[in-house]
Design a protein around this ligand. Structure first.
Ligand SMILES: [Mn+2]
Length: 389
């Protein structure tokens, strides 16, 4: 057990959970955006807020950008700003869904001119990767149709494949294309990349620099996500995660909030293959919006939820589990897993934070820091960041 705790602490100390820049801006539903005070007004302020999450958790050393929301004149300056605050620029996320031209899709659009426009945006994202040192391009497409007969399902796949190949060919050494799937929304009859199988098929054709992203919120209720994790890992095609929590649909709520057991089961698959650490080639990212809760503590809580699920997964008695599985002892195998899940890992994580020179309770330490009050005072005037801003 002591060896296991030591190993768990080593892995947890190196774990990186990437934060989305958009988590710090105003967000909402299609019904209402409730503006908050002190929200960042530009990408520099978003990165400053993300750096706070890293300062209190020690586990969030990178920030994903979303283009065009995070467009700046000087990306090298943005990367230097991040570095000065102890974080770095992570994944570049493309946006081909907020322009009038994209009403019928982007890379799958029937009009070649719209597809060229979308392709140009994706290639610009790779330019930004070059400028920021980012290695991953994350692609999610809002493409799909609402009505049977609206467009050819097969032709749309051909168009998608063609654009993806163009972007893939532009990638430099050490750069990857991460393709994200989503069951539905904003299209409700067909979605052009609806599931891991479709994403996997495209990535397989593209080559080794193309991998699949699992957004935990992008599945039908009851989907066994840990099975998808196991399959993609086995095929070397698991590029990363967008962690969040869903209840009815793609809610982008705090990861591990509604179903911490699902998060544990996912982390168990990853821990059992020893791919939790930063050298695994798997990007562990949050994709969340905090519509009704404060944003920085929302991100801190989310990072802590991932850490707790990871710690539990690392405490699974793997020898006992393997022995029970080999002997067909169903109840014992399940009990070994549940023992780990039911362990209170909060003291272990508090101890680890102490060893890393961090406060034992990141939520309280942040609340006591005065940062929230300071940004409310400082960020008066200007346009608060948010969707499309
Ligand atoms: Mn996502």
């Amino acid at each position: 057990m002591n060896d296991r705790v030591t190993h768990a602490k080593q892995v947890l100390a190196s774990q990186n959970i990437e934060l989305p820049s958009w988590a710090f801006g105003n967000s909402g539903t299609r019904f209402k955006v409730f503006a908050q005070q002190g929200v960042p007004r530009d990408p520099f302020e978003k990165i400053a807020d993300a750096a706070q999450v890293n300062a209190y958790t020690g586990a969030a050393g990178s920030v994903a950008l979303h283009i065009p929301w995070d467009k700046v004149e000087d990306y090298a300056a943005l990367a230097a700003h991040a570095e000065a605050l102890g974080v770095r620029i992570g994944t570049i996320n493309s946006n081909t869904f907020q322009d009038d031209d994209y009403m019928l899709g982007s890379v799958c659009h029937p009009d070649p001119a719209v597809r060229r426009k979308a392709t140009a945006h994706l290639l610009e994202c790779v330019d930004i990767m070059d400028a920021t040192g980012s290695t991953d391009l994350k692609l999610w497409f809002a493409d799909g149709t609402n009505y049977p007969g609206q467009d050819s399902i097969a032709d749309r796949q051909d168009r998608l494949a063609e654009v993806l190949a163009t972007v893939y060919d532009r990638l430099g050494d050490g750069q990857r294309l991460l393709l994200e799937y989503k069951l539905f929304e904003p299209s409700f009859y067909t979605t052009d990349v609806p599931d891991w199988g479709t994403a996997y098929a495209h990535c397989l054709k593209l080559g080794p620099k193309a991998q699949v992203v699992i957004d935990t919120g992008h599945h039908a209720p009851g989907t066994n996500i840990e099975f998808i994790v196991a399959i993609l890992l086995r095929e070397g095609k698991l590029g990363g995660f967008d962690f969040n929590s869903r209840f009815y649909a793609d809610d982008d709520l705090m990861v591990g909030s509604a179903d911490p057991f699902q998060l544990f089961r996912i982390m168990h698959e990853l821990a059992s293959q020893d791919v939790v650490g930063p050298d695994s080639g798997i990007a562990y990212m949050l994709d969340q919006c905090h519509n009704i809760e404060a944003k920085i503590p929302g991100q801190i809580r989310s990072v802590m939820n991932v850490q707790e699920a990871t710690a539990k997964a690392l405490l699974v008695d793997t020898e006992a589990l393997s022995a029970a599985q080999a002997s067909g002892d169903v109840l014992e195998a399940n009990a070994v897993l549940m023992d780990a899940y039911n362990t209170d890992v909060r003291p272990l994580l508090a101890e680890l934070r102490g060893e890393l020179g961090l406060a034992a309770d990141p939520m309280r330490a942040y609340a006591a820091s005065g940062y929230a009050e300071a940004i409310r005072e400082d960020r008066l005037g200007g346009q608060a960041a948010g969707w499309g801003a």
